[in-house]
Design a protein around this ligand. Structure first.
Ligand SMILES: Cc1cc2nc3c(=O)[nH]c(=O)nc-3n(C[C@H](O)[C@H](O)[C@H](O)COP(=O)(O)OP(=O)(O)OC[C@H]3O[C@@H](n4cnc5c(N)ncnc54)[C@H](O)[C@@H]3O)c2cc1C
Length: 490
């Protein structure tokens, strides 16, 4: 008899775990709360516009290759990738903007123009970052991180020191550059890890390697084409996906989960992988069966939440690139309002994505598809009036940058923040990107991927190992599936 595994949630991690288990010969069913797959990377259409709801940066193309290759496929079987050039644009003030060239030699010239000697320093930095990427991405992130002994080989300990697990990115980057602008550029990729550079291990300069050497890519049609490809592959491997099937509880007998409760009744299996938010699954389990109590969760450093606006504009907007970072305000103040003294930001930095610059299919002809994102602290009071206040601020800055009116050309507008993250994904404190990758929340210090009280319940996704982001979520699914397989086979 084929053993059966139920996976909760059809986000990247759930799809990845399910596909790996199906390819290992298990009968796999995904139960997904929403009416389509992708989780935080869902898509919606309105007024002729196609909006990716979450991720917009396609980094680490090698991880996507590894993922699809594992099942005898490649990304190109499902979507067409283009490399963006410039990789992105950074708006430093009303008069100063930098377009980051994709070409490394051009980037070095740009660095040198900000600080004499910075081109050579970039080479030196990149050499170390390349090593960190190799060790970090080919070795560390694939560890289930269940026991310290996984890391107790001499080679790994030497590697841990060489890749700077124990010092901060903030100190590390200042050994190479002094120009405030270059420091800003080099600290940007760290924001993807959900923490500030003072609290992020220097090992994560591997993110700079990913950004600068491996490039910023875009799947034509939109980021949801990755999800579409993953769903097609999962189904090809025999995974059954049931939508509108929210898991409401667990049926437990003698230290094992025998089934999950849904509106359609009890769904039984031999093992269960929760790809839904970890904290939500803990709440469904209740005291005595959960891994961590509320006090534990309350002390975690969550990655930020976001205030988002999806806009359909009836004309093209000058001066915008595909990715635009409005770093024209004081990041120290904004980050303080995210991490140290959580509050709505007084004068936020923000990010504007305009995929229609690259991809005509996401907007009607002559129109622009815009996605605005302000990173904000989780667990804030989220009101309609509050959202509107920021919308007006962002419009002022965007109109000034583009040099045209925008407010009078809005065909479609939708906002999204804490309340929506909670109702759509059961997100703890309305988080957008899970748990921050701080030193104290790395590897074995992250919430573990297996339940300590129930023999056959596992966790995957951005709140467990290896961390937030699309590539780590793909890895998380494979890592947990490997553990499930090992233990089911005894
Ligand atoms: C606005 C935004 C921008 C981002 N930008 C980027 C980016 O540019 N690049 C990048 O790499 N990453 C980015 N990320 C992060 C990335 O999207 C996430 O790390 C990743 O999608 C998380 O995948 P996951 O499988 O862990 O969780 P999720 O995507 O949340 O999937 C969990 C699934 O479980 C389902 N579920 C929840 N509760 C239940 C239940 N009780 N029963 C059944 N199903 C349930 C949910 O509906 C969901 O489908 C971004 C995230 C956001 C929100």
């Amino acid at each position: 008899m084929m053993k059966k595994v139920i996976v909760i949630g059809a986000g990247f991690s759930g799809l990845s775990a399910a596909t790996e288990l199906a390819s290992k010969g298990y009968e796999v069913q995904i139960l997904e709360k929403n009416d389509h797959a992708g989780g935080r990377a869902r898509v919606f259409q309105s007024n002729g516009f196609t909006f990716d709801m979450g991720p917009s940066w396609y980094w680490m193309p090698d991880i996507f290759e590894t993922y699809f290759n594992r099942f005898g496929k490649k990304p190109a079987d499902y979507y067409d990738l283009v490399r963006l050039d410039p990789s992105y644009s950074v708006i430093l003030s009303e008069t100063e903007k930098i377009d980051l060239p994709a070409n490394y030699a051009d980037l070095k010239t740009l660095f040198e123009s900000y600080e004499p000697g910075a081109a050579a320093q970039l080479d030196a930095f990149m050499e170390q970052a390349a090593y960190k990427y190799k060790v970090g991405i080919q070795d560390f992130v694939w560890k289930p991180s269940r026991k310290i002994t996984e890391f107790l080989s001499l080679k790994l300990l030497i590697d841990a020191i060489r890749i700077d697990v124990f010092s901060s990115f903030y100190k590390h980057i200042r050994k190479f550059f002094t120009s405030p602008t270059l420091l800003k550029l080099m600290e940007f990729p760290i924001l993807f890890l959900g923490a500030i550079s003072q609290n992020t291990p220097a090992m994560y300069s591997l993110m700079n390697y990913a950004e600068i050497k491996l490039g910023t890519w875009y799947p034509m049609g939109g980021m949801h084409h990755i999800v579409k490809g993953m769903v097609a592959l999962a189904e090809e491997k025999g995974v059954k996906i049931t939508y509108n099937a929210e898991v409401q509880g667990f049926e437990i007998v003698k230290g094992k989960v025998i089934g999950v409760k849904t509106a359609a009744g009890l769904q039984k299996a031999d093992a269960f992988v929760a790809g839904a938010d970890y904290h939500h699954v803990e709440e469904l389990l209740g005291d005595g069966l959960r891994n961590y109590d509320e006090a534990y969760w309350d002390k975690r450093v969550m990655a930020p939440s976001s205030l988002l606006f999806y806009l359909g504009i009836s004309k093209r907007l000058p001066n915008l690139k595909h990715h635009n970072l409005f770093f024209d305000r004081d990041f120290t103040v904004h980050s303080h309002e995210i991490y140290t003294d959580p509050a709505w930001p007084s004068d936020p930095l923000f990010y504007a994505s305009a995929p229609s610059v690259t991809d005509p299919s996401v907007a009607p002809e002559g129109c622009e598809n815009i996605f605005l994102l302000i990173p904000v602290a989780p667990d804030l009071e989220d009101t309609e009036e509050g959202r509107e206040k920021y919308f007006e601020q962002l419009m002022d800055r965007l109109e000034a940058h583009c040099g045209v009116s925008i407010r009078d050309s809005i065909l479609y507008k939708r906002s999204y923040a804490h309340r929506d993250f909670k109702s759509d994904y059961h997100a703890y404190k309305g988080n957008a990107y899970g748990l921050a990758n701080t030193l104290m929340q790395t590897a074995i210090l992250k919430p573990t991927l297996k339940n300590k009280h129930l023999d056959n319940l596992y966790y995957t996704g951005q709140l467990t190992v290896p961390g937030p982001g699309v590539p780590p979520s793909l890895i998380s699914g494979i890592v947990v599936a490997t553990e499930v397989d090992k233990e089911l086979k005894g």
